[in-house]
Design a binder for this molecule. Structure first.
Ligand SMILES: Cc1ncc(COP(=O)(O)O)c(C=O)c1O
Length: 419
């Protein structure tokens, strides 16, 4: 997938009042489908043809300016790529590529089986040990995607009898995880610690999980992790922190920086597909929680183990990220410089979101930049929690200073014209 997060439109609860729902709120991520009343079914009981239904859905997307198309890119297209999530520029690092190639030659193209059958490789063990050591956690478990890691944590720890308190801006994978778990859900306004406290207090004695991202993907801001952890401790809740945009950009991540690594009531999920330039995910935390996931998490149990090439690439990238903190420093400097050029607050992550007047303006600016040799991303509904379309510019460490400066100049000119 493109890496653009598909975020559930928020259903925040005003004034910190907790309102549990039996199932997660209805969403509108299937753009256009909700307007297809005519194609949903006919009054005479005949099933409408699928072709008609698909054509109507495509028409509704087109009319809303929200059609998405896959745009395959070549391996070396000469563009300055500021659209991806390869924040540290490690996916093309020679050591990472060699590690992937060697692992493919040694182990084969795939892990060959699910982890509990014969798909656990010593390579997985090495990656898990190295990640746990870096992030200051007692144990880790690798997954085939970060999406699977999130599905697994919530699915294995929450059921109908559990209560999940979720920030309004969490990633689609956590939204889906809550749905699958069938847990009782309270969605709280973004970064509202008082609302989290109120939600937990409203259900004393109920096993509760609090979900947050250390750095929010679209808004780019940081979660108040220390306060959230304190509230969780007060109420005996487990804090689950998705560090997809924190690990690498902030060294071993913000859970670590906040002194929360290794706590028994904090679990971390991470992706290997952004700063670590590979593919896959991980969960880190107490051995008992990891053991529980191995034994009960369906997206782990019923999935083939992470491919050897991806595992080895992530391992090599982890070792580089650990020993080259200047890569993260480059990101911080670039993102701060670009944010100040646009007069917007500097995000905590590597991605700058530039608000645009409309989805059309965002798409036009993206196309103009492409013509100038610069690839940027574009967030449009439903991938934005507040309906505001944005250009998405990754201030990664993978481009040279000359490329970065050229790109910033083009962005400044083009966005200034169409914004
Ligand atoms: C916050 C967050 N969590 C989880 C994921 C899923 O990670 P992966 O791409 O490894 O499945 C993403 C990816 O976009 C993300 O942004």
């Amino acid at each position: 997938m493109s890496g653009l997060p598909l975020v559930e439109p928020p259903e925040p609860l005003g004034g910190g009042v907790s309102r549990p729902t039996q199932s997660p709120p209805r969403k509108t991520d299937r753009v256009g489908l909700d307007s297809l009343a005519g194609a949903r079914g006919s009054t005479d009981g005949a099933t409408p043809p699928w072709d008609d239904w698909l054509a109507e859905a495509a028409g509704a997307r087109e009319a809303a300016g929200l059609t998405r198309r896959l745009r395959p890119r070549g391996a070396d297209d000469g563009l300055v790529d500021l659209a991806g999530n390869d924040y540290l520029g490690l996916s093309r690092h020679p050591e990472v590529r060699h590690a992937a190639a060697e692992a493919a030659m040694r182990w084969g193209g795939g892990a060959g089986a699910s982890r509990l059958v014969t798909g656990t490789l010593t390579l997985h063990e090495q990656l898990e040990a190295e990640l746990a050591d870096w992030l200051g956690q007692p144990a880790a478990l690798a997954f085939s995607t970060g999406y699977h890691a999130n599905l697994s944590v919530v699915g294995a720890l929450a059921d109908r009898s559990a209560h999940v308190v979720s920030d309004a801006h969490i990633h689609a994978s956590l939204v889906d995880a809550v749905r699958l778990s069938r847990a009782q859900l309270t969605v709280v306004p973004h970064n509202d610690v008082a609302a989290v406290r109120a939600a937990l207090a409203a259900r004393p004695g109920v096993r509760s999980l609090v979900l947050a991202e250390s750095v929010y993907s679209v808004l780019g801001d940081e979660a108040p992790l220390a306060e959230l952890a304190e509230v969780c401790t007060e109420h005996g809740a487990l804090l689950v922190v998705d560090e997809a945009h924190g690990v690498g950009v902030h060294g071993p991540g913000l859970v670590h920086r906040n002194g929360l690594a290794g706590r028994s009531d904090v679990l971390v999920t991470a992706t290997l597909s952004k700063s670590l330039g590979s593919q896959g995910g991980a969960v880190l935390g107490p051995p008992a929680a990891i053991d529980h996931l191995v034994n009960t998490a369906r997206p782990f149990i019923f999935d083939t183990g992470l491919a050897p090439a991806s595992t080895a690439a992530a391992l090599a990238a982890t070792r580089i990220a650990r020993t080259r903190p200047e890569l993260a420093d480059t990101i911080r400097a670039r993102v701060a410089g670009l944010a100040s050029a646009f007069g917007i607050p500097s995000p905590a992550g590597a991605v700058l979101s530039v608000p645009m007047a409309s989805p059309e303006a965002a798409v036009a600016a993206q196309a103009d930049l492409l013509a100038e040799g610069v690839r940027v991303g574009c967030f449009r509904p439903p991938s934005v929690p507040d309906g505001v379309s944005r250009l998405r510019v990754t201030a990664g460490a993978g481009v040279t200073d000359e490329e970065w400066e050229r790109a910033v100049k083009a962005i400044d000119t083009i966005v200034g014209e169409v914004r």
